[in-house]
Design a protein around this ligand. Structure first.
Ligand code: NAP
Ligand code: MG
Length: 479
């Protein structure tokens, strides 16, 4: 019997939809259809110009339904409608059009003339690619992965988070309307703990692109090891921001607020540790707290809302547990730190924007990813010390530097152990350049030429060019 699951609106804790949950048989059907579509179907064999047309149609389809998708994303995740309208949805469409418009360039063959030989380097798709995405940017991360995987000629199975499947299901309709051949895209709503292993260990799957927690990432590494698969792992973070005394203070304060409170702090690149140079610390922290207190909490679908609820009761409980532990270890709550009192927010999973002081590197909160609206702000006197603290983490995803001296900020950026460092800005992602972390933040890139090429495999065809067509191997055993 088909199992049903209620999908909640985290702003109200009310059911938004009830949808069918995929079981083992559905999973089997998805893997099978992707495999057949890759091995026998037209997709990997289409001309690049035709592939491009399909991807452009998906991009147009997203734009045609932009308002509906933004509303759905907001209802399902709780994120402010302004964020889904101006960031998530248009960026998703843009990723499809970017890879459509660049796939011919990125997939161009290379020919190298070698000593007595010619090498023909070809980029091929891997085959069946499983895409597993989290709940914080459901449509956007699914679009990143899908646009690149499809542009490279793979067939895909997308598994959205159990909490946020709704925009992925709309994307399925858009793709259907775009007329992609059967089996090229399979989107399944299933529980990761139930079907993840089936999907990730199966021999018929060639590659897994995963974005999510370290805990699940480690499990997937184990599943993938059974049949040795190509992986992209985009995992957690505990990123740091360094605010130098010569920074534009207003920009640094406003940007730092965005860097921890956008999307309720549920960002893998959240700047959860902010180090401020002592000369400006007092002014910075005063302004930061004043503005953090003014952030307007509310339902995601209210245009006035600047911060919505966390994704779930479970996530809010996790944030509270991290805070309690931090307080017990000596951290001071400088603002926020609790569930808001407002009666109109009482059913949703809201939590106040929170600023902690007195956090030291030994504390749990300095090391672990909270994935919520909690900023740890501290001061430094020596920039080398700030760099050392920023790098004192098992994660190495992102960093931010605020300074008017770009040359010196760049030299600091080079010392930061992170895959992406922003200077005087935050959270800017571009389809043209790669994104991805180091250490326990994972490996492999998304976006840019480098990210795209992760979804391809490199084949090297070497042919002999020796004069007279008698290469060395001819003589070795040439009795
Ligand atoms: P999660 O719990 O790791 O879940 C991510 C996805 O994995 C979901 O679709 C989940 O499905 C699935 N999953 C769960 N167990 C699985 C298993 N055993 N096998 C295969 N798949 C399984 O992460 P989350 O709570 O959704 O998202 C938060 C985390 O994502 C944070 O740690 C954050 O840092 C990270 N993140 C990283 C990036 C990045 O680019 N580095 C970006 C965004 C988020 P179910 O929902 O059904 O459990
Ligand atoms: Mg989870």
């Amino acid at each position: 019997m088909t199992r049903k699951q209620k999908i909640l609106n985290p702003s109200t804790n009310e059911a938004l939809a009830e949808i069918n949950v995929a079981g083992k048989e559905d999973m089997e059907a998805a893997i099978n259809s992707s495999r057949v579509a890759f091995d026998k179907g037209p997709w990997p064999r289409l001309s690049l110009a035709e592939r491009k047309k399909f991807l452009l149609k998906i991009s147009e389809g997203i734009l045609a339904k932009a308002a509906e998708l933004a509303r759905l994303e907001t209802l399902n995740t709780g994120k402010p409608i302004k964020e889904s309208t101006f960031m998530d949805v248009p960026s998703s469409a843009k990723t499809f059009s970017h890879f459509a418009n660049h796939l011919e360039e990125y997939l161009e063959d290379t020919i190298l003339e070698l000593e007595n030989a010619k090498s023909h380097l070809i980029r091929e798709p891997h085959g069946v690619v499983v895409l597993i995405v989290p709940w914080n940017y459901p449509l956007l991360i699914a679009s990143w992965k899908m646009a690149q995987a499809l542009a490279a000629g793979n067939t895909v199975i997308l598994k959205p988070s159990s909490l946020t499947p709704l925009t992925a299901l709309e994307l399925a309709k858009i793709i259907h309307d775009a007329g992609l051949p059967e089996g090229v895209v399979n989107i399944i709503h299933g529980s990761g703990s139930e079907v993840g292993q089936l999907l990730c260990a199966d021999k018929r799957v060639d590659m897994i692109s995963f974005t999510g927690s370290n805990e699940v990432g480690r499990q997937i590494l184990g599943y993938a090891a059974q049949n040795v698969k190509k992986l992209i792992m985009e995992l957690g973070g505990k990123s740091a921001s360094i605010v130098l005394a010569d920074a534009d203070l207003e920009a640094a304060v406003n940007g730092s607020l965005c860097s921890i409170f956008l999307n309720q702090g549920q960002m893998c690149t959240a700047m959860s540790r902010i180090f401020v140079e002592e000369d400006i610390y007092d002014k910075f922290i005063a302004d930061f707290i004043t503005k953090a207190k003014k952030i307007k909490l509310g339902r995601g679908d209210d245009y006035e809302t600047q911060m919505g609820p966390l994704i779930s009761q479970e996530q809010r409980n996790k944030v509270i547990a991290y805070l309690e532990k931090a307080k017990a270890e000596g951290a001071k709550v400088l603002c926020g730190g609790k569930i808001p009192d407002a009666t109109d927010l009482k059913n949703g999973f809201f939590f106040e924007p929170t600023v902690l002081g007195g956090v030291s590197a030994q504390m749990n909160i300095f090391q672990e990813e909270v994935f919520g609206p909690v900023a740890c702000v501290s001061k430094f006197s020596d920039v080398e010390e700030a760099i050392k603290l920023a790098n004192q983490s098992n994660f190495a995803l992102a960093g931010t530097i605020w300074s008017k001296d770009i040359v010196s900020a760049e030299s600091i950026a080079k010392k930061i152990n992170a895959g992406i460092v922003w200077i005087n800005t935050y959270g800017m992602f571009y389809n043209e350049v790669p994104y991805g972390g180091f250490k326990q933040s994972g490996f492999g890139k998304e976006l840019g030429r480098e990210g795209f090429l992760e979804y391809t495999r490199f084949k090297n065809i070497i042919s002999d060019q020796t004069k007279g067509a008698k290469p060395l191997v001819n003589y070795w055993y040439g009795f």
